[in-house]
Design a protein around this ligand. Structure first.
Ligand code: AMP
Ligand code: GLY
Length: 426
């Protein structure tokens, strides 16, 4: 079987890595892929928003299955384009992807189907939202309706911050058309957890839970980033809490989407907030999470290609999804200065030592030049290690991280700290 993976980040490298272990896979293409992927597959220079180009490529090269990493091609209809040509593709349709593509839609949807979430109001006029935030209680959260590369949600502690957020999103239009509408919502306190799930639109099976570390500095301080590391499984979600999540969130979401004629096939990502009294949905994503995938897929024992095929054919075999009982931790190695200004073009050394010592390196911002691997982005690499306990996985990963060298290497030293300190005792 030939597969095409769409995307170029650490998440897509993890998908390709896991697929490369599938029995039936003979060839992996990635569009556009990255330097790490180029060792296990063939990278083709087609961008993720070039839907026709991607479908032409799949047709011409007789690709048996396409797997989509990022949200953007999904929300603009890559699955519809492929399916209209009779090509097999793993991911939700354009209609179903609206669950991530529009926060206003997602919030109205949750309200309609009684799925627990923060209370909210939706605005499309800048004066109305300014009026509202002037008399609201704080903190509150302001979110651009559409896709904003993970930067569209602002936690506001007072009215000045709220007005600045409104100005930025609705007047300066920093996220373009994504800011035509705004969601203003109640600020939730608790522990943030990710539950990704495989679904064929009728059945839904959660993967092991995970937590990412979005802030740049140790202790979850400083500005948000695309993710500085992750670990799985968490100790936040007991089997009793998972049962509640399944019954009150996962199942009603799938049923609701089907009832809205938006039957969802693919991976559905639930960003959850756990408090001592309940669990609420913070956000849905219509895809695998990044960097959560870099810890979750290494824990999957089953054949990923088989799962993808079953789902695209509309039949998810629940018994086929098996997990190891190990823990995984992934640390992002970034270029110093990220998420602000940073330097690139630094030669990376020591990658082979990580693999020799049982670790996995997933590339994000790298390029290959004359046999060398060179840094080419803010988040450069993800180093993942497994262990019999979270403590062991953390120890293992940090030993591996020290084996990699490049100028201005920056990483957090405390990935997994929430699990270690026992703060997850819900
Ligand atoms: P979103 O774009 O909806 O995923 O939000 C991005 C991040 O903002 C989340 O991962 C949370 O850390 C934070 N956030 C979003 N909504 C809320 C909320 N209602 N209460 C507290 N934090 C939130
Ligand atoms: N880790 C957050 C996301 O993938 O959106």
């Amino acid at each position: 079987m030939k597969v095409l993976v769409v995307g170029k980040g650490g998440r897509e490298h993890a998908i390709c890595w896991k697929l490369s272990q599938s029995r039936g896979i003979k060839k992996i293409y990635a569009a556009p892929g990255n330097a790490g992927i180029s060792y296990i597959g063939e990278c083709v220079d087609i961008q993720v928003d070039d839907l026709k180009g991607l479908a032409d490529f799949a047709q011409k090269n007789k690709v048996d299955l396409t797997v989509v990493g990022p949200e953007m091609p999904l929300t603009i209809g890559i699955v519809d384009e492929f399916e209209s040509r009779g090509l097999k593709i793993f991911g939700p349709s354009k209609e179903a992807s609206l669950i991530e593509g529009s926060k206003a839609f997602a919030k109205e949807f949750m309200k309609k189907y009684h799925i627990p979430t923060a209370s909210f109001k939706i605005f499309s006029k800048h004066f109305d939202v300014l009026d509202f935030v002037k008399s609201a209680g704080y903190p509150l959260v302001i979110k651009a309706d559409g896709l904003a590369a993970g930067k569209g949600a602002v936690v506001c502690n007072d009215v000045d911050e709220a007005c600045r957020a409104v100005e930025k999103i609705m007047v300066q239009k920093v996220f373009g058309a994504a800011g035509m509408k705004l969601v203003v919502e109640e600020y939730l306190e608790g522990e943030e957890v990710t539950v990704m799930a495989f679904t064929d639109g009728k059945n839904i099976v959660p993967m092991v839970s995970s937590q990412d570390h979005k802030r740049i500095y140790n202790g979850d301080r400083g500005p948000n980033t695309g993710g500085m590391g992750a670990y799985a499984p968490t100790n936040v979600i007991s089997s009793m809490i998972m049962k509640t999540i399944y019954e009150e969130i996962l199942e009603p979401t799938i049923r609701g989407l089907a009832a809205e004629d938006r039957t969802y096939k693919g991976v559905l990502y639930f960003g959850l907030m756990l408090s001592k009294k309940d669990v609420k949905v913070l956000e849905y994503n219509c895809r695998f999470g990044d960097p959560e995938t870099q810890v979750v897929l290494p824990l999957l024992e089953s054949d990923l290609a088989e799962i993808f095929i079953n789902i695209t054919e509309g039949y998810l075999n629940i018994d086929k999804i098996k997990w190891t009982d190990k823990y995984a931790v992934s640390v992002v190695l970034a270029s110093k200065g990220y998420p602000g200004k940073y330097e690139t073009n630094k030669v990376i050394k020591g990658l082979e030592k990580v693999t020799e010592n049982g670790g996995i390196v997933f590339h994000a911002g790298t390029r290959r030049d004359d046999g060398k691997i060179i840094s080419n982005g803010g988040r450069v690499l993800n180093v993942t290690a497994l262990g019999g306990s979270i403590k062991e996985a953390i120890k293992n990963v940090y030993e591996l991280v020290d084996m990699i060298e490049f100028e201005n290497k920056y990483f957090r030293h405390d990935i997994g700290w929430r699990a270690q300190k026992g703060v997850n005792d819900y």
